[in-house]
Every structure is written in C-alpha cells, then in structure tokens.
Design a protein around this ligand. Structure first.
Ligand code: SF4
Ligand code: SF4
Length: 432
C-alpha cells in the first residue's frame, strides 16, 4: 500500500498543495507521503511499458535505473486548465486500476491548479491560479483539457468572467511549455464536430509561437502525459515529435499493425453486425467502420487502467481514430477507411506442411490401398459430373497454379492491389 489514506482525490490534492513553495525532489515527496519503494518501482515499470523507447528517462533502462533517476527530479509544477471538455482526460489520470497508483501520480507532479480536483472555488480558486502563475512564471507546465471556443469573441466559455481564449493567452503564454491533452485541446475534438456552434479550436491555433505538445486521444493514456512532463522536469527537453506535434514514443504505431484481431483481418474474418457470431468470436471490426488502419496510437499495446484488453477494440468496439485530426468526429463512425499500408489480407496462404513421421510398411500398404480405391472412385465421379476440360470453377483447380503459389501471383502483385484506387480487398465492396 502506498499510504494509509482511503483514496480521495481532494485529499490527494490537499497533500500536493501542502508542498507549495517547497517542491522538493520526487524521492523526498515519496518519503514524506509514505510511498513504498515497491509502489514507486511499479509506477516506473508502467512508465517504461508506455514508453519502451524514445523517452530519455526510460530509454534502455531498468525500472531501478528509472526510479533512481526520477527520484532526483524536482517535482514539476503543473497548472491544469479545463475548457470545453467532458473531464474524461482528467478521469483517465485518476482512474487507475489501483487507487494508490492514482494517488502516486498526483504526488510525482506538483499540481498547482486543477479546478476539478481542488477544494477551493470562486475567488479562492482565482487567487490560487494567479499565485501559481506568478510564482512559477516561465517554469511551469500548462496542461489544457478541452477545446477553446472562438466564435463571437469566445463568449461561449468563460472563466471568472473572462473568455477562455484570454485565460489561455495569459496562463499558457507564461508557461515553459503547453501540453494539449486529449483530442479536444489538440484540435477541437467533439465540440468542433459539425456544425461546430462555438467555433471550437485546439491550443496550437491560438498559441502559434509557443512550444506545444499534442497528446490527442479520447482520452489519451495518462502515462504519455507523465512521460512528457517528467522528461521535461528531468532534462528540460521534450521527446521527439511528429508533424502533428505528437510525441513519437506514444504515437508512432499504427493500431492495425499491432491489433490482436489482425489475424482475423488477414484471414478475411469480419464482424458484419454487433452481436453476430463473428463479434462473439472476436473477429476483425474493419467492416464495422474500424479506423485502426489509419490511426497512430499506442492503444493496441498499452491498454488502459493497467488492465489487459481494456481498450476499444479489446472490448469489441471499433477504433474511431481519435488520435487523428482528420478522422475522429469528422468521418462517420461506420464508414470504412481505405487501406493505405501494405496491410491487406493476402489472397491466399502458403501451404502448411504437416510434420513428417515414420510410417510402418504395413500402414503404408493399407493407406495405399484405401487411397487407390478413393482415387478410382473420384476419377469415375469426375467423368460423370465434369464435362468441361480444365474447369476453373472446380474446387481446388485454382490452387495448382493460382495466386500465392509457385508460378502464381507474386507478393508485390498482391500489394499493388491495395492502393487507394483499387480498394482494400475484403472490405472493398463497402467502399463508398
Ligand atoms: S478528448 Fe475526449 S475525453 Fe478528453 S475532454 Fe475531449 S471528449 Fe473528453
Ligand atoms: S481493422 Fe481494426 S479490428 Fe481489424 S485488425 Fe485492423 S485495427 Fe484491428
């Protein structure tokens, strides 16, 4: 157990606020709130699973190395603002499978302001925000959750009487770096879906000259946030990012390439309807509109709440492409996507060779007699039923010189069938 307190976000936050002015190292904080070494190592292991490479604090290290390095880091001050959001991104940080772990997360960082978690409200809350901005100006990390309304001078969302746009400009403008957590803060998300009544945009649209890190997802994995924040606190650097300002360590993977249902895609086993036999058997959700082939995220290998298979496809729901700016809340949920990668079901498979055993001469003779009788019967039957020479429709006739066999269609030939113009193979009949 991390400590003897019953899990309570408010109590956890009170302990964080208690350290204001004396941030201290993570080791000092762990000792002060009674976190065991074992629990801290568990946290470091989770961080390593979330960032197997590409994150300086975990790269090529053991959990002990990570714990030793992180222990010396000064807890980074974080100011968290929530705009047009559903609070799902906050929930993902708090709802770990072990409440103690959620508590630990709030102790690794120094959360100076977070409306959902803090006890204060009204003037008290405003004062806490002003003080935190002033005290850590230029040194804190500003986390933004939710999109920002811009239509009609931002009147659709105000904080203490000021449009969210103005609050973002002031608080985000003085931060060392701004992290847009979730799809809403990254590029508008749900509030920006058609007809977008509030003119919702993401952080990067309003702070074009600021260092921004986008962590899209609905919600994103909390360890991705922690990885970025802790690397920054440790070395003042940020992990390598892609063109969409997403850290590569968490967004370099294509869901489809690492999906546990991929074998069913390759075999052409598709769910046709929720609750059908294929759905119950865990078949591929491509024809149900799964956007996995066009989506970069780590969900297929880094599940949620530290519970195996807890992620959309794991529980039988298609991926909606929430980490992609042009897909989630833009493309209809049941519309199938084109397959752009080499990933398409093969038209056939290489033969599987049964292991060769030692067969006795007697058994060989018996099998030979039986095979001879069957072959004779088969020949007579074929003379009766097949009158067309080299009939292509005869079952098995395409196998002898067909696709995928020696002399048949090559792998590259098949891949060329998967281009945008030719459709994805089994799902092509569903292409609009
Ligand atoms: S990204 Fe998703 S979880 Fe996060 S605030 Fe938006 S709707 Fe909620
Ligand atoms: S289409 Fe979706 S469910 Fe099917 S293998 Fe790809 S990612 Fe998995």
């Amino acid at each position: 157990m991390l400590n003897d307190l019953t899990w309570n976000p408010l109590a956890a936050h009170a302990r964080v606020l208690d350290a204001l002015g004396t941030l201290g190292t993570i080791d000092e904080r762990m000792a002060r709130v009674g976190v065991s070494r074992r629990a801290f190592l568990q946290f470091c292991s989770s961080l390593m699973i979330a960032a197997p490479f590409g994150l300086a604090i975990t790269d090529k290290k053991t959990p002990e190395d990570v714990a030793a390095g992180l222990g010396k880091v000064i807890r980074p001050p974080v100011i968290w603002l929530a705009f047009q959001d559903c609070t799902g991104c906050t929930e993902t940080l708090l709802r770990t499978s072990h409440p103690d772990l959620g508590d630990l997360i709030l102790n690794v960082i120094s959360l100076e302001y977070h409306e959902t978690l803090m006890a204060g409200s009204g003037m008290q809350a405003q004062q806490a925000l002003s003080e935190a901005v002033e005290r850590y100006s230029g040194k804190y990390i500003c986390v933004i959750e939710g999109s920002i309304p811009t239509r009609d001078k931002g009147v659709y969302m105000k904080l203490a009487g000021r449009p969210a746009m103005d609050v973002l400009a002031e608080v985000g403008g003085q931060a060392a770096a701004v992290i847009a957590i979730g799809s809403c803060a990254s590029w508008g998300g749900i509030p920006s879906a058609d007809p977008d009544p509030t003119g919702a945009v993401g952080v990067a649209d309003l702070l074009p000259n600021k260092t921004i890190i986008n962590l899209p997802g609905c919600p994103p994995n909390p360890y991705t946030l922690l990885g970025v924040v802790l690397q920054y606190a440790d070395s003042g650097t940020l992990p390598e990012m892609d063109a969409e300002k997403r850290p590569k360590f968490a967004y370099d993977r294509d869901i489809h390439e690492h999906c546990p249902r991929r074998a069913h895609f390759d075999a052409g086993h598709f769910v046709k309807q929720y609750g059908d036999e294929g759905h119950r058997e865990g078949w591929c959700l491509y024809e149900m509109g799964c956007k996995g082939p066009d989506t970069h995220a780590g969900c297929s290998t880094r599940h949620f709440n530290e519970i195996p298979d807890v992620w959309p496809i794991g529980i039988g729901a298609p991926c909606i492409g929430c980490t992609e700016k042009s897909i989630a809340f833009r493309v209809p949920m049941f519309k199938v996507v084109q397959i752009h990668t080499l990933a398409a079901p093969p038209s056939t498979y290489a033969p599987i060779n049964a292991p060769q055993g030692i067969i006795s001469p007697l058994a060989t003779g018996v099998v030979g007699l039986a095979a001879g009788a069957l072959a004779g019967a088969g020949y007579i039957a074929s003379r009766k039923f097949s009158t067309v020479k080299d009939d292509e429709s005869t079952p098995g006739s395409s196998i002898t010189a067909g696709k995928g066999q020696p002399g048949g269609e090559s792998q590259s030939d098949r891949r060329s069938d998967t281009g945008p113009d030719s459709g994805p193979g089994p799902g092509s009949k569903n292409q609009p």
